[in-house]
Design a protein around this ligand. Structure first.
Ligand SMILES: [Zn+2]
Length: 380
């Protein structure tokens, strides 16, 4: 069968597992490795689709759980799908809703059939199954759909993780069978297994035998040390087929994007750049910048003197600080735009470093400039 989404490997970097490639989707072709902005409720908070396009965002992510509860997938279907509904003609990836069911809902009951839980908005009782998750994602019409899985919390016992990972594999098979639109919508499998190599191996074996058009690595960046995440990535990516894209879910700090790429990841998503932007925190070439700080009150320079985004070209730190402190929406639009641009540009530089076989040198330079090499460096 021809998959809706395919991956083209252009080259593997000489000194690392990093891959330069292209992702072909029904809504365009995108260079990888790439970062995908998150648009939970069919909008990347405060950004218009035109702005996202202008900054070079290719694929965005939207959340099945949120759209299912509000406005409901039938309204999105009636609109002609999510692309039409939100006026976005590039790629869209939807998650399965599983992560939100497990993280937002306190009362839940997992069985082989699915998960009973209460809606976090009004307490209503709901039931989500692999088939229901795929039916919603089919109604949304995303280019890439994700298999319904359980992402167990960290830390987690071996026995629980084993039971959960095996169930996730059985759910993956049910998801694949439930996809009624494989010509236009590709379903990715999700490798689980937490910090247990044996379970990661088993999960990868189960899923690759089902021949998904792409694979995600889930259950990382859930509170484990970064070294553990990198170790599990280095262990897991070689178990996945080289002709399929690999997606590391929920990771978006600049150091993790580079370290994940080095270990063979092609796609990343995270709410981090947009969430911290609404708090007034910016990612810059010289590290994290908290715009509310008093020292920026008279600073008429750009957020980042190395950045060529429209925000850095046109607005000063002093102005953005004033807007953010006054709770003006425009201030959050400016910090959001810059942060997304920063990560999209970072991945562009990563791709060119892979092309030149100098990704490790690039990592060294970037980490030095950002301040990641300092002993008490923050996470982002
Ligand atoms: Zn900028």
């Amino acid at each position: 069968m021809n998959h809706a989404v395919t991956y083209e490997l252009i080259k593997t970097e000489k000194h690392t597992g990093a891959r330069l490639g292209r992702l072909h989707t029904p809504h365009g072709t995108f260079d990888t490795p790439m970062f995908m902005p998150v648009g939970t409720q069919a909008t990347v908070k405060t950004m218009s689709p035109r702005e996202l396009k202008e900054m070079g965002a290719g694929v965005i992510l939207s959340n099945t759980y949120h759209l299912w509860l509000r406005p409901g997938e039938e309204i999105v279907r009636e609109a002609g799908g999510l692309h039409q509904f939100m006026n976005w003609d590039q790629g869209i990836l939807t998650d399965s809703g599983g992560f939100q069911v497990f993280s937002l809902s306190k009362l839940r009951d997992i069985s082989e059939e699915g998960v009973h839980f209460r809606n976090h908005l009004n307490g209503e009782k709901l039931f989500l199954t692999p088939e229901k998750s795929i039916a919603i994602q089919n109604a949304l019409g995303s280019d890439i759909m994700m298999a319904f899985d359980e992402c167990p919390p960290y830390p987690c016992s071996f026995d629980y993780m084993k039971t959960s990972t095996e169930r996730t594999s059985r759910w993956a098979e049910r998801c694949l069978a439930a996809n009624i639109n494989p010509e236009m919508q590709s379903l990715f499998g999700i490798v689980q297994g937490g910090g247990f190599k044996e379970l990661r191996e088993q999960s990868a074996r189960d899923l690759t035998s089902l021949d998904f058009p792409g694979y995600a690595i889930g259950g990382l960046s859930v509170g484990e040390p970064k070294e553990t995440m990198n170790e599990m990535l280095a262990f897991t990516t070689p178990l996945l087929p080289s002709d399929k894209p690999r997606y590391l879910m929920g990771v978006g700090s600049p150091d993790s994007l580079i370290d994940g790429t080095i270990r063979g990841i092609d796609m990343f998503d995270c709410v981090l750049p947009t969430r911290i932007a609404r708090n007034g925190t910016c990612m810059t070439s010289h590290g994290r910048l908290v715009i509310r700080n008093a020292k920026y009150a008279h600073d008429f320079g750009p957020l980042d003197d190395q950045c060529d985004c429209t925000v850095c070209k046109n607005y000063s730190r002093a102005y953005i600080r004033h807007l953010v402190k006054a709770n003006e929406t425009f201030g959050f639009r400016l910090t959001t735009y810059h942060n997304l641009y920063f990560l999209i540009k970072l991945m562009k530089r990563v791709r060119s470093a892979i092309m030149d076989d100098r990704l490790l040198d690039f990592r060294e330079e970037f980490f030095e400039s950002y301040g990641f090499n300092q002993p008490n460096a923050k996470n982002f």
